[in-house]
Design a protein around this ligand. Structure first.
Ligand code: PMP
Length: 404
């Protein structure tokens, strides 16, 4: 049985108060809180193990390297990749996508080529591609979506041409909560020999992801959204693809031999990991993924599904409530507006009641434009949230609505 109160005890921050009120943390889409197991692993490593990885023969360096490389294996198993050569540690989703946009752009994008993104992408999965397109004289094309917030795959079929170099799509929208049919998108793109990047920033914390089942060519996610520390993330890439792409940054670790005339590059995954990695964070990320494994992703999914359905049901009872994002496949993210109350006013007043939600465009300005709104209030749930917290949110919104 999933015991949410026992789970909550692992997260010290959840028992603090803000403005003299118990904290209700519903901003998990932005970042999740960290269990003791993660924070303690970081403290322990700095106190007892710390040494730079890969380059030392001494005891501590070996031990730190072992922890760092063992973490790579934990990540591999977590996303069911074939090999640790396919797991590149980065600073997060944003850096993962910038890395890919640069390297793929250098390797295979020419003037007149096209990159396909979806209408509901986070800026992190738009701007790096746009920058690359500008450099290369390529064009960005957009998969449209319905008013409910579902991608229009019939339109995608037409966007996929011999000029398309890559399709980039989020698995779960950070605004609408839509779960996109990425497996189907991968199949459609592969039929035409086009690779696919899946942005997993909002899916990895909430559902089992399986690289071999999805069959995507690239996949990016952030540690801090899955109970791990900030400053670490992952780019997964199929080995055959990563072998073909040039490095993103130059420096230590990514080289085999250097002379002033020429540098040869290291093997995978190190070719893409210039400089000292955040080895304390990678170790802590592994602790976070193990924490999720111990709870069981299917239990987490069931808990969050129940919570989201409950929240949708309760929120819809509020007069003037408009839920933004009505996709049939919906994850633990709910965006909304109430009457003509500005999202910022709603967020600020909820904050005074101890409720942390996010307001604004959620780094998805093109999506806001598509929806014809400036922003939303977003509540995003996690493995430690409770129905009581949903009730506090609903009561809070009601109070604010009556004030207006
Ligand atoms: N993609 C999506 C769908 C996201 O929700 C986010 C974070 N809000 C990002 C990318 C960027 O993640 P990070 O800031 O950790 O790089």
């Amino acid at each position: 049985m999933y015991n949410v109160n026992k789970v909550r005890a692992d997260f010290p921050i959840l028992s603090r108060e803000v403005y003299g009120k118990p904290l209700v943390y519903l901003d998990n889409g932005a970042t999740t809180q960290k269990p003791r197991q993660v924070v303690e692993a970081m403290v322990d490593e700095y106190y007892n193990v710390n040494a730079n990885v890969h380059r030392g023969v001494h005891f501590l360096s070996q031990q730190a390297t072992d922890l760092h490389e063992a973490s790579r294996e934990v990540v591999r198993a977590f996303i069911h990749a074939r090999s640790t050569n396919e797991i590149i540690f980065t600073r997060g989703t944003t850096e993962s996508i910038n890395l890919l946009a640069f390297s793929l752009g250098e390797a295979m994008v020419k003037e007149g080529d096209e990159v396909v993104v979806s209408a509901m992408e986070h800026h992190s999965n738009i701007v790096p591609w746009q920058m690359m397109c500008e450099r290369k004289g390529a064009l960005l094309r957009v998969i449209p979506m319905t008013d409910e917030g579902e991608l229009q795959l019939d339109a995608l079929e037409e966007l996929l041409t011999e000029r398309t170099r890559i399709v980039c799509c989020t698995q779960v929208s950070n605004v609408l909560g839509t779960v996109n049919p990425v497996k189907e998108i991968v199949r459609m793109a592969h039929d035409k020999g086009i690779p696919v990047l899946v942005d997993g920033a909002q899916s990895v914390p909430h559902m089992q992801v399986d690289m071999q089942d999805l069959d995507c060519d690239f996949f990016a996610f952030s540690g801090h959204k899955v109970y791990g520390p900030t400053g670490v993330g992952v780019l997964y890439g199929k080995e055959a693809w990563l072998e073909k792409l040039p490095p993103y940054q130059g420096g230590g670790e990514m080289i085999k031999n250097v002379t002033f005339q020429k540098t040869t590059y290291n093997a995978l995954p190190y070719k893409f990991e210039a400089g000292t990695p955040d080895y304390v964070a990678t170790h802590a990320l592994a602790k976070a993924l193990n924490y999720v494994n111990d709870l069981g992703m299917e239990n987490i999914e069931a808990h969050e599904r129940e919570l989201t359905l409950y929240a949708l049901e309760q929120l819809q009872r509020i007069e003037g409530m408009r839920i933004i994002g009505r996709a049939r496949q919906h994850d633990a993210v709910i965006s909304f507006l109430v009457g003509d109350i500005h999202h910022l006013d709603m967020g600020t007043l909820l904050d005074r009641l101890g409720i942390a939600v996010r307001t604004g465009h959620h780094c998805a300005e093109p999506l806001m434009r598509r929806l014809g709104i400036e922003g939303t209030v977003r509540a995003s749930f996690s493995l430690y949230n409770t129905k009581e917290e949903v009730d506090v949110l609903v009561d809070g919104i009601e109070r604010i609505r009556k004030m207006f």
